[in-house]
Ligand binder design. Structure first.
Ligand code: ADP
Ligand code: MG
Length: 231
């Protein structure tokens, strides 16, 4: 299914936020990397998906009622075996039920666990005056406490994205700290450029949130994608 269809179906069914796996499909068409991911609706399908991906995997809830999955106990990382996966599947549903109640659940995502890397955030929004804008900044608590973000109008080229990265404190971490290898900045800049292209090409997307992006030493991968439809 192409991104046009994905977005049109979301609009037709009154969904404001694209399910995560559909957001990845949109990413795919703009050359934005994400982990090997499968969607499943039963425990059996979940096991099959994990076996085909190979462990370790991450399990995530997919529900229009759950926006911040971790807050609802809706993300379980570091699953290394089939028996752990089965337990994690039950735990995931129990967590969500306890924290959010009996909400509609589409299914789960089984995602290949990505190796540790510097975590950053790439986002986007549509400004009433300026049009599409891309945001880059520190991931995790740094973005909340230090407001370490920089903005650019989209579309933008790689040099501009590189300047955007270098404006932030995140850059200091990306250069490599405490023995960690430096991140591949070209790959990260390309991801920002592609996020800008996506926003420019799809005016229906009013908000974009790649949080986090794993900025590794040999490539950048989006491990959580949120796209909000609207005008
Ligand atoms: P939330 O909706 O809570 O933001 P995320 O999908 O971002 O959920 O997952 C929460 C955290 O789990 C991420 O910030 C990241 O650190 C970790 N994580 C998620 N997916 C993966 C993955 N595929 N590999 C490794 N770590 C992951
Ligand atoms: Mg996230």
């Amino acid at each position: 299914m192409g991104y046009r269809e994905i977005i049109e179906r979301a609009i037709d069914t009154g969904r404001e936020v694209l399910p995560e796996h559909e957001a990845y499909q949109v990413c795919e068409e703009f050359g934005i990397a994400y982990p090997p991911t499968r969607f499943a609706t039963t425990r059996e399908e979940t096991v099959e998906a994990a076996e085909s991906l190979g462990y370790p995997v991450v399990l995530k809830i997919v529900s229009p009622a759950v926006v911040h999955k971790s807050d609802a106990g809706g993300v379980i990382v570091g699953i290394v075996s089939q028996s752990e996966l089965k337990d994690a599947y039950d735990l995931l549903f129990a967590n969500v039920k306890e924290k959010v109640g009996d909400v509609p659940i589409d299914g789960v995502l089984i995602q290949k666990a990505m190796p540790k890397a510097a975590e950053v955030v790439v986002g986007g929004l549509k400004d009433d005056l300026f049009g599409p804008v891309v945001m880059f900044g520190s991931g995790g608590i740094l973005v909340e406490i230090f407001k370490d973000v920089s903005f650019r109008l989209a579309p933008l080229d790689r040099d501009e994205a590189m300047r955007q990265i270098k404006e932030t404190k995140a850059y200091e971490i990306l250069k490599g700290v405490r023995g960690a290898p430096p991140s591949d900045l070209d790959a990260l800049a390309d991801l920002i450029v592609n996020a800008g292209k996506l926003l420019s090409a799809l005016p229906e997307i009013k908000e974009l949130d790649f949080n986090p992006v794993f900025a590794g030493s040999d490539g950048s991968v989006v491990v959580d994608a949120r796209m909000v439809i609207g005008s």
